[in-house]
Design a protein around this ligand. Sequence first.
Ligand code: SF4
Ligand code: SF4
Ligand code: SF4
Ligand code: FES
Length: 587
Amino acid sequence: MALINIKIEGYPYQVEEGLTILEAAKLCGYEIPSLCAYNHGECSKGSCRVCLVEATGARGLVASCVYPVAEGMEITISSPKAVEARRASVELLLSNHSLNCQQCDKNGKCELLHVAKITGARENKYIGSKTPVTVDEISPAIVRDTSKCILCGRCVARCSNAHGLGVLGFENRGFATIVAPAGNRSFATSPCIMCGQCVNVCPTGALMEKSEIAKIDQAKKEGKYIVVQTAPAVRAALGEEFGMKIGTPVTGKMVAALKRLGFNKVYDTNFAADLTIMEEATELLDRIKNGGVLPMITSCSPGWVNYAEFYYGDQLDHLSSCKSPHEMMGAIVKSYFAEKNNLDPKDIFVVSIMPCTAKKGEAVRDQLNTNGNADVDAVLTTRELGDLIKRSGINFCALPDEEFDADLLGDYTGAGVIFGVTGGVMEAALRTAYYVLTGKEHELIKFEQVRGFDGIKEASIEIAGQTINVAVASGMKNAKVLLDEIRAGTSKYTFIEIMGCPGGCVAGGGQPYVKPCFLPNEDPDILDTFKAKRAQALYSEDERQAVRQSHNNVQIQKLYEDYLGAPNSHKAHELLHTTYESKKRFK
Ligand code: SF4
Ligand code: SF4
Ligand code: SF4
Ligand code: FES
């Protein structure tokens, strides 16, 4: 892109042609308030008017988030006219807002309050009737409260950009306009895959995960034996809740915090990620050998499983029958672990800390229970764990590094850690498949071809004289490409990894918000780089592990010897595998 000369507040700058005034000003170190604009135009195109500035060549004030810079343009942010107009825009938004900040889970992370502060919007000048309110809390994963919605359209754009889905849209007209699933339905009766990507971009508390912190308080009151497990991606992002730079790994501090919160056992879901690989690799090799349905597709992302059930109900036999790792962990805790510790499974309460809102929906699936007990009893997002730690008064940053509990289910390998990033499950499975087919460990361990953040990655891997064609997709827009090939009978792949959220769990719908206005010490391009930074935290933990292949996890070997027999055994199937159901009616 060519560089052009502009002036901001009288100072000269060179910026790339094609940028909006808002983007150019940000790169030059100015903060213009903004609400409806998100990354690369993910917005409803100039609806909120809180970013108004003066610019030469324009008539009147312009919305800087949509107005492009031009050669010789002089931009004034601080003129009394612009300052007053921005304040009036925010006051108008607040006039139709519930303003019950004390009860709002977004308090402290709310962009509306942030712009109210920086524009000086203090008075409630426009008192009148408000848009009728809907609070939709039926979904197990997401709560929608229209009294906090500013109609910015970020959620609508994100659902479409990430997945090609139009679950959310503008309903009604004029003053009665709201954002809702089509037909003003509840999330629970819409084809929403519960991924939480819309929650991640919502500037206010209008879209939030459904908090399950109270369930844990209740389990403690009832004297339950509480086992907590943490998914790999959580450790790569939890530090952000406490002001640490994006990509700071905090595994040891996270464990120390969980121990101080009073959980009876603190385990790593990575143990079960290794177990998933043992079951899934065996299932894949069995399908290859015995003419089973191929390509086989991973099943550890509940956002993806929801999508498959809604939109590709005719292709469900391609999904691996493996439960996702945290569900496997729950099943093993309530069987093997309970027996070894003389505990009644009914007295055990399993909590999963996940980067994901869809896991909340997964935990209440009828298919995911062991002998009538739900495998997992409560799911907290990374953000909720951050809230729980803050509420307890623990000084997270000052905590020492501590280790996960080591008994029975404590071992994990580097293969388990990389489950948290797109391509990680594929890479972990290939490490074990290579060993099973050749009897040798793969020399490099790494499978670079499936790393990185392209929406679709593919590779042909030579193992023991066989070529295995694999593909990896994240975000449902990309998954759709691979699924349409399968439906048409033209897929060339043997094994496919699909993750619901673009980039995988590091960018899951339950991860800390990446809101540049609250991240003054991050790079200006952080919205483009945060996934890679979090992924690097996981790849470096993989490299630090002495054992990096799931089949070499000693406690997994013992679990098979003592309890399950062998991968894909009858008992393993009972505990670790599941079924799916077409939900075509929502199509
Ligand atoms: S969304 Fe923001 S302004 Fe609205 S109630 Fe919540 S914290 Fe307050
Ligand atoms: S949770 Fe995901 S699928 Fe559902 S509305 Fe939000 S972005 Fe769309
Ligand atoms: S729900 Fe949130 S993201 Fe969607 S339009 Fe309302 S305020 Fe914007
Ligand atoms: S941020 Fe520019 S109009 Fe909303």
